[in-house]
Every structure is written in C-alpha cells, then in structure tokens.
Write a protein that binds this ligand. Structure first.
Ligand SMILES: [Fe+2]
Length: 298
C-alpha cells in the first residue's frame, strides 16, 4: 500500500508526549512544545506550497498582504497590494509579505496532518476535543524576513508550529483586564475580529517565545498575541479548532447587547446560572433568526 507524504513523516508521535503542558496548561496558559515537522518535510517545501496557489480548491482560502505593518495595526488597514499572489509568493524573501493559507486542510495531505495532530492533542491533553469542537482548521503561514504580524485575538484553540526560520511571538493573558478589557472581548465575539487593541505600556506582561524549526507554542482561545519574524523566510503550521458557540460566544454576545442597553453585565464564569440563561437566550434568538430567514427564502 503506498504511503502518503504525511505517513512517511508520522512514523512516531508528532509531539513530545512527556511535555506536561498538554495536560496542565491546555487552553489555560501558553506553553512551548516540540513537534516532528521540520524544514525538510515534503509538505512544507516552497514547491509544494506553490501547488496550493494553483489548486482551485485551496486558492480561495489564501490571503496575502505586503508592506510595513505596525504591531497595533488593524487587519483592515493594511497597505494596498501592488503584486499578485504568485509574484508575492515567488519573491517572499524580499516582499515584506505575509501569506496566510487558510484552507490547506481541503488538500488530503494536510487534512491528514490536521486529523493526526488533533488526535494526538486530544490524547495528550485528556480533553474531549471531538465533542467540544464545531470546526477544525489547518493554516500555513509564509512570512518574509523581519515582517510583523499585528496584535490580535483569535477564536480558535491553537497549536502554532514553526517549520522553517525563526520568529518571536508575544502572548498576553486573556484574563488580564488591563490588557484585554471585557468590552474588547464582547465586541470581538459580536462584530469585530479586530477588537483587540494593542497597549504598548503592557508589552512587558507578554510571555515571549522564540520559535525555531521543531518548536511550537500553544495559544489558548482569546490570548492576544503578535509576532515578529526573524531575518529569514518563515514557514509555520497552525492546527486549531473552534469550540461550539455555547461555550463562549453566546455569553460574550449576550453581554455585548446588555452593555449596549446601558447595563453592566456579569462577566462569563462568575455565575453558571447567568451564563446558561444567556446561552439559552442567544441560542433561541439565533434559531428564530434562522427560521425567519428560511421562511423569507421560501
Ligand atoms: Fe493568531
């Protein structure tokens, strides 16, 4: 039976099983880990990544930009593109670019990597990822030398793995309300992916990891972060999943609307009764909205 490029390189475990972070810090604190994906892996060669641009299945998921980016810059205010995706990719060593390949798991080889990684994370962490998740995703980041990835928060529980080159990542605590006020979280979950605002005065509160090929960093949901690439082309693989909406999203959304009504809502986690009530109200609201949309469409 033929072996796929993934199987050839997944002969042993993907992560270092002795790392206590998977069990102790999972989705609570960032931690460093090691993994088996290195620069010579066939799935992370530039020639193989170039195929993802040419593939009509994976190409629609590719985003790119180029130019000077500040740490606190919003993603919707990046410089205008002056080159095509192909030109940017082919000149990645001096394009000042950031290429985000979001749908790589639509390719069977990367889909296998995603499945195997999450299976192993589930085993090492002891969490019920299969039951908790509503979606899963593999992303490959290709970054030009010295390029900054601006400060942001994500809705995914993420394992970011460095495959080629070195870069630094600053990760902040989602529970630090000076760094990340409740209002930013509410806005993020309700309407604005750029709601996290970088506060340079708190930079010294970040945990900074130097990522090298074969190392990775676990970024828990909503932990703010920004990255600075080294003087090298960087290739990273992100394996992540999103929780079902009732876990966080509905509670933050309910609080967003309560605050708009002039109230001062109780933050999530303080009262199970309030959290569950908000979840049920939001869930019912979305179900009603969906029903209305379906009726209008018929
Ligand atoms: Fe991120």
């Amino acid at each position: 039976m033929p072996t796929t490029p993934t199987q050839m390189h997944l002969t042993a475990s993907i992560f270092n099983a002795a790392n206590p972070g998977f069990r102790e810090n999972f989705d609570e604190k960032p931690f460093e880990f090691t993994h088996c994906f290195c620069a010579d892996h066939p799935l992370f060669q530039l020639s193989r990544l170039r195929q993802l641009i040419d593939d009509p299945v994976t190409r629609p998921g590719i985003y790119y930009d180029a130019g000077e980016i500040g740490i606190g810059q919003r993603w919707d205010s990046v410089p205008e593109r002056k080159q095509t995706l192909e030109e940017t990719f082919d000149r990645i060593d001096n394009a000042g670019a950031w290429i985000l390949m979001k749908r790589v798991h639509k390719d069977p080889d990367y889909s296998e990597v995603l499945d195997e990684c999450l299976k192993e994370v589930q085993r090492l962490s002891g969490r019920q990822i299969d039951q908790d998740k509503k979606s899963q995703e593999a992303i490959i980041f290709l970054t030009s030398p010295n390029r900054v990835t601006s400060y942001h928060i994500d809705r995914e529980c993420n394992f970011l793995m460095q495959v080629r080159g070195e870069k630094e990542i600053s990760v902040f605590d989602r529970n630090d309300r000076e760094v990340l006020p409740e209002t930013e979280l509410e806005t993020f979950w309700s309407k604005d992916n750029n709601a996290g605002v970088y506060k340079p005065q708190y930079q010294n509160r970040a945990t900074v990891f130097l990522m090298k090929p074969g190392t990775g960093v676990h970024i828990p949901v909503n932990f703010p972060h920004w990255l600075k690439n080294g003087n090298n082309v960087s290739i990273s693989l992100s394996i992540s999943y999103q929780y079902k909406d009732w876990q966080r999203k509905y509670v933050f959304q309910a609080n967003y609307y309560l605050r708009k009504m002039g109230l001062n809502p109780t933050p999530p986690g303080k009262s199970a009764l309030l959290d569950n009530t908000k979840r049920m109200v939001m869930q019912a609201g979305f179900a009603g909205k969906k029903l209305l949309q379906q009726k209008r469409a018929n």
